[in-house]
Ligand binder design. Structure first.
Ligand SMILES: [Zn+2]
Length: 382
C-alpha cells in the first residue's frame, strides 16, 4: 500500500496537488479550484484488492481520476477535485468491507476499530503500525462543502461485453438478502423404503432449488443463488433426513427483492408440506439497495453519448464504496466493460480503447458539471 501511495503521489505532485494519507489509510489529494473556497467533487475508488487478484479492480478508478486531471492540462474548474484512493474496501484482512470509505461518512467506530485479523491484530493496531493515528479518524470525514462522489470501476461481470458497450452509468447498487434454509425429513433405508413412503429432505430441497432458479429467470434483473448444500446423514444408501442450504438474492429494487424472498420462503413451506417435511429459514443478511444520484446518472449518460457510445444504465450486483458515500453525498458510478466478465483473478483486464473512452467521458462530465452552476453552488457553504 505504501508503494501504491508513493506511485500516486508522484503523479499527483506533478499536478500541484495537496496530498495526505488520512487516519484510515485513505489516499487523498486535492486539485484546487479556480477560487480558494470553492466546494469539492470527490473522484476515486479503492486501492486494496483480493489475494491472487487482477490489476484493475479498484485501482483503475483511482488512476483514472489522476488521468482525468492530467487531461485538464492545468485548467481549473469552478469546484476542486479530490482524488480518493480508499483503503480496505474488499474486507479480506478483517472480514468486513468498506473500512476506509466508512471513515469519510463518520462510521469508522469503536466496533470496527476492534475487529481483528487472523493473527489477532486489530484495525486500530494496524492503523498505528502503518504510522497513522486512529484518534485522528474524525479528520478523515467529508468536508461540509462536498458536492458528490464519482467512481469509475470495472463491471466485473459479462453484461457490457455481451451488449458490446464500453461504458455504462450505474443507477443503483443491488440490495442483498442472505438466508439459510433447513429442510427436515426422516432418514431411512434407501433399499427398503418405497418411494411413496419417504420424507426425503434432499428431494424436497432439490425441487425448491429448481423453483429458485425459475423465479429468478422470470423476474428481470433478479439474481438468486443457492450456493451451498449440505445433507445429513450423507451416505449413498440412506435417504437424507436433513438438508441445509444457503440462498443469496439480489435486485436493484427493494420491493422486488423483498417480494422475491417472501415468494421463496412461501414456496419452500408449500413444497415441504406436500412432501411431509418441515422447513425453517434464518435471515443472515438483509442489505437495502442503494440508488445512485439521479442528476449524476443523467449527466453520466449524456457524457457517454458525447463519446460516441449509446447511453446505458445498469444495476451493480456487487457492493462498492459508492454505496457508503451515498449515505452522505450524491454519488454515482461509471462501469467499464470487463473482457470475459473475469475479475478477482490475474486474467482480469480492460481494453485500452475502453479506458480512453472512460477518460473522454469523464472530461465531458467535468465540463457538464462546471457548466451547471446550480450543481456546484448548491451545497457551497450550506
Ligand atoms: Zn472493487
Amino acid at each position: 500500500m505504501r508503494d501504491c501511495h508513493r506511485e500516486l503521489s508522484l503523479w499527483m505532485e506533478a499536478l500541484g496537488e495537496q496530498i495526505r494519507i488520512d487516519a484510515a489509510g485513505n489516499f487523498r489529494a486535492v486539485y484546487p479550484a479556480l477560487e480558494l473556497d470553492a466546494p469539492r467533487l470527490l473522484i476515486g475508488s479503492h486501492l486494496d484488492t483480493v489475494p491472487n487478484a487482477g490489476a484493475y479492480d479498484g485501482v483503475l478508478g483511482a488512476v483514472l481520476a489522476v488521468a482525468l486531471l492530467e487531461e485538464l492540462h492545468g485548467r481549473r474548474l469552478p469546484f476542486a477535485v479530490e482524488v480518493v484512493g480508499f483503503s480496505e474496501e474488499e474486507g479480506i484482512r478483517f472480514g468486513t468491507p468498506f473500512i476506509g470509505s466508512r471513515a469519510l461518512v463518520g462510521r469508522l467506530d469503536q466496533g470496527l476499530l476492534d475487529l481483528r485479523d487472523a493473527r489477532g491484530v486489530s484495525v486500530r493496531k494496524a492503523i498505528e503500525d502503518f504510522g497513522l493515528n486512529p484518534e485522528k479518524i474524525p479528520e478523515a470525514e467529508l468536508e461540509r462543502d462536498t458536492l458528490g462522489y464519482l467512481e469509475f470501476h470495472i463491471e466485473q461481470g459479462p453484461v457490457l461485453e455481451r451488449l458490446n458497450l464500453p461504458l455504462s452509468a450505474v443507477e443503483a447498487i443491488a440490495g442483498q438478502s442472505r438466508l439459510e434454509f433447513t429442510f427436515l425429513g426422516r432418514a431411512n433405508h434407501a433399499g427398503t423404503t418405497p418411494m411413496h413412503l419417504r420424507n426425503d429432505a434432499i428431494a424436497g430441497a432439490a425441487e425448491w432449488i429448481g423453483f429458485v432458479e425459475h423465479l429468478a429467470q422470470s423476474v428481470p434483473g433478479l439474481v438468486a443463488t443457492v450456493g451451498t448444500i449440505e445433507a445429513k446423514p450423507g451416505a449413498t444408501n440412506v435417504i437424507a433426513g436433513e438438508t441445509k442450504l444457503t440462498l443469496d438474492v439480489r435486485h436493484g429494487s427493494e420491493e422486488i427483492r423483498v417480494r422475491a424472498v417472501e415468494d421463496l420462503i412461501r414456496q419452500a413451506s408449500e413444497i415441504a408440506k406436500r412432501r411431509g417435511l418441515s422447513v425453517r429459514e434464518r435471515t443472515l443478511l438483509s442489505q437495502p439497495a442503494v440508488a445512485m444520484n439521479q442528476f449524476f446518472v443523467d449527466e453520466i449518460e449524456k457524457a457517454i453519448v458525447k463519446t460516441g457510445c449509446p447511453a446505458h444504465r445498469m444495476v451493480s450486483g456487487a457492493g462498492h464504496d459508492a454505496m457508503i458515500l451515498a449515505e452522505k453525498v450524491p454519488s454515482a458510478m461509471i462501469f467499464l466493460r470487463t473482457p470475459g466478465g473475469i475479475s478477482h483473478d490475474p486474467a482480469e483486464s480492460v481494453a485500452r480503447e475502453d479506458v480512453e473512452k472512460a477518460i473522454d467521458c469523464g472530461l465531458h462530465l467535468l465540463d457538464q458539471l462546471a457548466a451547471s452552476p446550480e450543481f456546484y453552488k448548491r451545497t457551497n457553504r450550506a
